[in-house]
Ligand binder design. Structure first.
Ligand code: HXC
Length: 257
């Protein structure tokens, strides 16, 4: 059985990537992470793909790294493998990546959702960083990204106890954009992806890049970065077309140039 299912053009310009190890609640073993990163990098290069949706199934987005696979690893194995460099590749994707999360998003599963640009959650979603309960800590960004998303006190509480939190809590704390009924979470994510896919791709790319700099730079440097990207977009045909179309009261046609 394929551990990853990829569908192109599920909506115009939208690719859907589905984690598919349902028997282990989509536990992220090395083969799956390797396939996932290779696939995302390849989709990022495809001209016709303008936005990507990443999902699991109703019961689990992903219940974390595969505990059975890593249980007997030594620190030296971990260092040699350096699997988290793969995760950094996801961070560098140019195209928008939307997580459609239902059920468990735990440990590496929660970290994977947080690596995405936007999270749409079903009302059944449960988030958490339960690594502490198995003698470790989050290793794929959980202590950093969760803290930035929901604040230090809450991150401390949930990382130090390993407790789960609900979709509703995640929404109230700003971790997810929206909570929707379970029948709709994928549909809503695809709809959002299609809306973004219909926008001028270079502007989308530079907007994503600029927002992500919030976590890397000071306000001064971030404003500078944004301004450069803004000026740069005036070198694109899409900027000319977009502004002309506005004045001519018609819909714009984007070329991605
Ligand atoms: C390997 C896992 C797994 C995991 C579930 N399974 N999570 N296998 N690694 N992370 C397997 C179970 O062993 C079981 O297989 C099957 O999936 C169904 O799970 P159950 O436990 O029977 O289901 P349930 O009772 O509903 O409990 C669901 C659950 C629980 C609460 C999500 O499975 C759980 O606590 N899982 C571990 C969550 C976790 O600790 N994640 C963090 C991992 S560390 P069998 O063969 O028994 O039927 C991590 C480090 C991050 O992520 C580093 C970055 C990569």
């Amino acid at each position: 059985m394929e551990v990853l299912i990829v569908e192109r053009e599920v909506r115009p310009g939208v690719a859907l990537v589905r984690l598919n190890r349902p028997e282990s609640l989509n536990a992220l073993n090395r083969a799956l992470v390797a396939q996932l990163t290779d696939t995302l990098l390849a989709l990022d290069q495809e001209e016709s793909v303008r936005a990507i949706v990443l999902t699991g199934n109703e019961r689990a987005f992903a219940a974390g790294a595969d505990i059975k696979e890593m249980a007997s690893d030594s620190a030296v194995d971990m260092l040699k493998l350096d699997q988290f460099q793969r995760w950094d590749q996801i961070k560098r994707l140019k195209k928008p990546l939307i997580a459609a999360v239902s059920g468990y998003a735990l440990g590496g599963g929660c970290e994977l959702a947080m690596l995405c640009d936007i999270i749409i959650a079903s009302e059944t979603a449960q988030f958490g960083q339960p690594e502490i309960k198995i003698g470790v800590i989050p290793g794929a960004g959980g202590t950093q990204r969760l803290t930035r998303a929901i604040g230090k006190s809450r991150a401390m509480e949930y990382v130090l106890t390993g407790r789960f939190f609900s979709a509703q809590q995640a929404e109230a704390w700003g971790l997810v954009s929206r909570v929707v009924p379970v029948e709709l979470y994928l549909e809503e994510a695809l709809k959002l992806a299609a809306e973004i896919a219909a926008m001028p791709p270079l502007a989308v790319q530079l907007a994503k890049q600029s927002i992500n700099k919030v976590y890397e730079l000071s306000l001064e440097e971030g404003l500078h970065f944004e301004r450069r990207n803004f000026y740069l977009l005036f070198a694109t045909e899409d900027q000319k077309e977009g502004m002309r179309a506005f004045m001519e009261k018609r819909a714009a046609t984007w070329q991605g140039k």
